[in-house]
Design a protein around this ligand. Sequence first.
Ligand code: NAP
Length: 234
Amino acid sequence: MQINFSGLRALVTGAGKVEQWAVALGCRRCLYPLTGIGRDTVKALHDSGAKVVAVSRTKEDLVSLSKELPGLEPICLDLGDWEATEHALGNIGPIDLLVNNAAVLLPEPFLEVSKEAFDRTISVNLRSVIQVSQMVARGMIARGVPGSIVNISSISSRSAITSLTSYGSTKGAMDIVTKIMALELGPHKIRVNTVHPTVVLTNMGKKVSARPEFVKTMKARTPLGKFAGACDLH
Ligand code: NAP
């Protein structure tokens, strides 16, 4: 299928990560380098003709991405900081496509869930989605143009996974927030959807794959018996 986003401007959060895990595994058959979902999304949008604004936290990641993609608009920002986000994105200009992808995963057993990890997870994974979407949607409505917002959720919003109280609850909340956004923004011709990946071998995927029993269960539930981005051995 040919997708043409020429003339459109897209914003992707959590756009930076590039992970050298394949090298650490000593596996040259796995996708190399393993890139974050946001970084690959930026590339796909860029290749489809969109002008892309890439928001992420680590400057080096954005520098290397900008070298790969001429014309990219990088914005280095901690989305967990409401005021900094307002400052950086308040006057972002016209956006037609938004992908809310940035997230943190800070695993803790339920009895050890800390205020710090819970608050951080909520502010990055959920509150920033609402904040950035508000800014972008207000712009779409003011310009009277249609638009599309995609929120990257997770299967952990639907299935209980141990030690993911904070992360899973932000994704569960994101699912209902997405439905409310779709309901309220639909009349303005703004579509809002979620995507629910299973395990993808990224920086984040590496964290959840560190537990052998989790890997066994998840692979058993995956028809291809392997995680996204992996070779047949992994
Ligand atoms: P990733 O490789 O760790 O990438 C996450 C990106 O978000 C990074 O660029 C990271 O930048 C950025 N980010 C995190 N906190 C930020 C903050 N406060 N401000 C700005 N940027 C921030 O993760 P991924 O696996 O690609 O995950 C992408 C999305 O898919 C997430 O929403 C995740 O929940 C979802 N997902 C992933 C999996 C999986 O198995 N990988 C499964 C289901 C759902 P820094 O590294 O610089 O912090």
